[in-house]
Design a protein around this ligand. Structure first.
Ligand code: PLP
Length: 502
């Protein structure tokens, strides 16, 4: 078995995990995938009853081919065993009526991106040590909200790594902006960009593709990297909670070992659900992976028709982290389903770039349908799902989770499949307090601002505001920089110089 990674587009192979984690994207534009995926057979019997860090270590040991057990141990303990998460266990599996909600939002920023971004910095510093690279890493991230804060929180005060987060000045929620602007850590910088998210993201992409600039930074001993969801260092940590929640279902007597479980996943970039697919490949008995989208249902259409077509209207919804027209991680699934033929994947991705669309053959569509079922929920359906879950069960769910819960209703109606299901809860309802409040109680009373809604929601539902969001309003802003799109590169150069002079 060749325990290495290769690019979905065929341009790179024999890559170690540490190299993949440092570079993020492959040089040919493809995504790194483990060549040995089919050779992994996790011993679920041995892991039954194990705690989260033990399961995490077992999963990472299979994938991080050039990390030692000690290094894996240190990364896992730093992320999940050191009080960064609320409670004894980083995740919670709650049974509400006959559904199981896997709460992935008890981390420092109250969204599931913490599951990966608490460990990525440690995977990255370890990778640098393995590769014997003695440069400072500068992480650049463009965010439309959740990723930025989770990345800042993960990388704050990590030795040898600095991070700049760019966000569209008027394109994130008040709470999200406040979460970012109050970020501590000398190695962090948060910068508002005049423009929308696309401008911001394009600005970051331009910086990454500027070879002269890369060289200029290299002369200053700085290496640019990214923390976005195509990095295998973000994907692998997500495999862990599929394994863990499956074992919990066994432990709780909901199923017997080896019985199937369905997973319902609110999907945007396809990273979370792809981790579920990887979990199924390494031995977790997954029935169906149910791909839930919002009004931007390009993935639902793809699974139904075999055509991926981004030439369509874009909607801003109350589940903004799923407002996506290019689901980057789908490329990894396509690669696997297309019998790992990089030429085929490259053709599709070229067509996507050139014409905004590609079509897969009927046999591939049929293969996908064996493992996946896809559906979507519009805005009214999402709000209704939030309200009925609270009215009937006293349980609060955020809009992303509500999309999944509603799509699961549709799945049950369409298939009658009684296999036990786990719904992945990706954000605290308090992160989207206004939408949640409105869905349940109607318009927010006048005079109540974005922070006041948190208190009101707590008061009216008898639930508690999560610690990281409590008192946010009164925290001082530590970042004040706003720039134009064409000034972004200058901001990066200045920060790199400043940090390097230390
Ligand atoms: C990022 C995000 C998603 C989508 O996850 P993908 O891995 O991009 O599919 C869903 N819900 C929330 C709250 C998120 O932050």
């Amino acid at each position: 078995m060749n325990k290495k990674y290769l690019s979905t587009r065929g341009g790179q192979h024999d890559i170690n995990a540490s190299e993949g984690i440092i570079s993020g994207l492959a040089a040919d534009g493809g995504l790194f995938v483990p060549e040995f995926l089919d050779d992994i057979h996790l011993d679920l019997t041995a892991l039954t009853g194990a705690d989260y860090t033990t399961v995490a270590k077992a999963v990472f040991s299979e994938f991080l081919n050039d990390f030692s057990e000690e290094q894996i141990d240190a990364c896992v303990t730093a992320a999940y065993g050191s009080g960064k998460f609320d409670g004894d266990c980083p995740v919670a599996l709650k049974k509400i009526d006959d559904r199981h909600f896997l709460e992935l939002y008890h981390g420092p920023t109250c969204a599931f991106k913490d599951m990966a971004l608490t460990i990525l910095p440690h995977l990255m510093t370890t990778s640098l040590a393995i590769q014997d690279i003695h440069k400072r890493i500068l992480i650049l991230t463009a965010t439309s909200g959740d990723t930025g804060k989770a990345a800042l929180s993960g990388f704050a005060n990590v030795d040898g790594i600095d991070i700049i987060v760019f966000y569209p000045k008027d394109g994130v929620s008040v709470v999200q902006e406040k979460q970012m602007l109050t970020q501590e850590g000398d190695n962090t910088r948060v910068v508002g960009v005049v423009g929308n998210f696309d401008d911001t993201q394009n600005g970051v992409k331009q910086i990454f593709s500027d070879r002269d600039f890369e060289k200029q930074l290299a002369d200053k001993n700085v290496l640019l990297s990214s923390a976005n969801s195509i990095n295998i260092g973000r994907l692998l940590p997500q495999v862990v909670y599929y394994v863990f929640s499956y074992l919990k279902m066994v432990e709780n007597g909901e199923i017997s070992l080896n019985d199937p479980v369905n997973f319902v996943v609110p999907t945007g970039n396809f990273g979370n659900i792809l981790a579920g697919y990887y979990a199924s490949k390494i031995g977790v008995p997954v029935g169906k992976l149910i791909c839930a989208s919002n009004a931007n249902h390009i993935l639902t259409d793809f699974f139904k028709t075999g055509e991926y077509d981004r030439n369509r209207d874009f909607y801003k919804t109350i589940s903004p982290s799923m407002d996506i027209l290019i689901s980057s991680n789908l490329e990894r699934l396509l690669y696997d389903l297309a019998d790992r033929a990089p030429e085929t994947v490259t053709q599709w991705m070229d067509a996507l770039t050139a014409a905004g669309a590609y079509i897969v053959k009927a046999d591939l569509k049929a293969k996908a349908a064996k493992g996946f079922w896809a559906g979507y929920a519009g805005e009214d359906e999402t709000k209704a799902a939030i309200k009925s879950m609270f009215d009937e069960n006293g349980y609060l769910i955020d809009p992303h989770t509500a999309v999944a819960s509603r799509v699961y209703d549709d799945y049950l109606e369409a298939t009658g499949d009684g296999t036990p299901a786990v719904i992945l809860s990706t954000a605290s309802p308090y992160k989207f307090a206004s939408s949640v409040y409105e869905a349940i109680f109607g318009a927010v009373p006048e005079g109540i601002d974005a922070f006041g809604v948190l208190d009101l929601l707590a008061e009216k539902t008898g639930t508690a505001i999560p610690n990281p969001l409590k008192g946010l309003k009164d925290k001082p802003d530590l970042h004040h920089l706003v720039c134009e799109k064409d000034e972004m590169q200058g901001v990066v150069a200045a920060f790199a110089g400043e940090r390097n002079a230390l």
